[in-house]
Design a protein around this ligand. Sequence first.
Ligand SMILES: [Zn+2]
Length: 216
Amino acid sequence: MILKIVIMGPAGSGKGTMSDLIKDNYPVKHISSGSMFRDEIKQNTPLGQKVNSYLTQGILVPDDVTIELVRNRLSQEDCQNGYLLDGFPRSLVQAKAIEDLGINVVINLTIDEQLLVDRIVYRRLCEDCKTIYNIKLNPLKDEEHCEKCGGKLYQRSDDTYEKLMVRLESYLEETQPVIDYYREKGIVYDVDAGQSVEDVYKQIDEILTKIMEERI
Ligand SMILES: [Zn+2]
């Protein structure tokens, strides 16, 4: 069976890492909504110009524009052996608009709220070499300076508890209808993203292998 995957998970669930592992090990093209928008803008297509005008105004790209973009993208040659959608669908309208494409697996990365807080709120970055640390999960002797280059460590302004909670709530609110919709189709696989990278991927690998081996 050709894999038509949707991956979902809040920021901090390791969705990017898992997407990379999936695309490296399975015949799927990784289509993230963010990079799709950026490509379209770069190519300066009429749709790209539309997207750019929304983004520069700070307006959410409307469903119909996003849907058209995704459908165009998925019809291209490099998606014919399978794909991995990341950041789409984000609403029930979007999910229903691609119903005919036959998404056959939804990887839903779930994570314990406290662990997500630990991963995000205690994250620190080196100003100079950009190394990422976590001062709670992997304590440093000196929480102010980079172990590699001595650069000053800082916290991203989005990494505060308050901002994380706002993002998490809006993520859950937005994606719940989409997950419910796919769950009714029996294609949602919940994966606990609080485990190690190896263990999370092992679980995903088993799911995808099983689905790929199924007949159409
Ligand atoms: Zn450094």
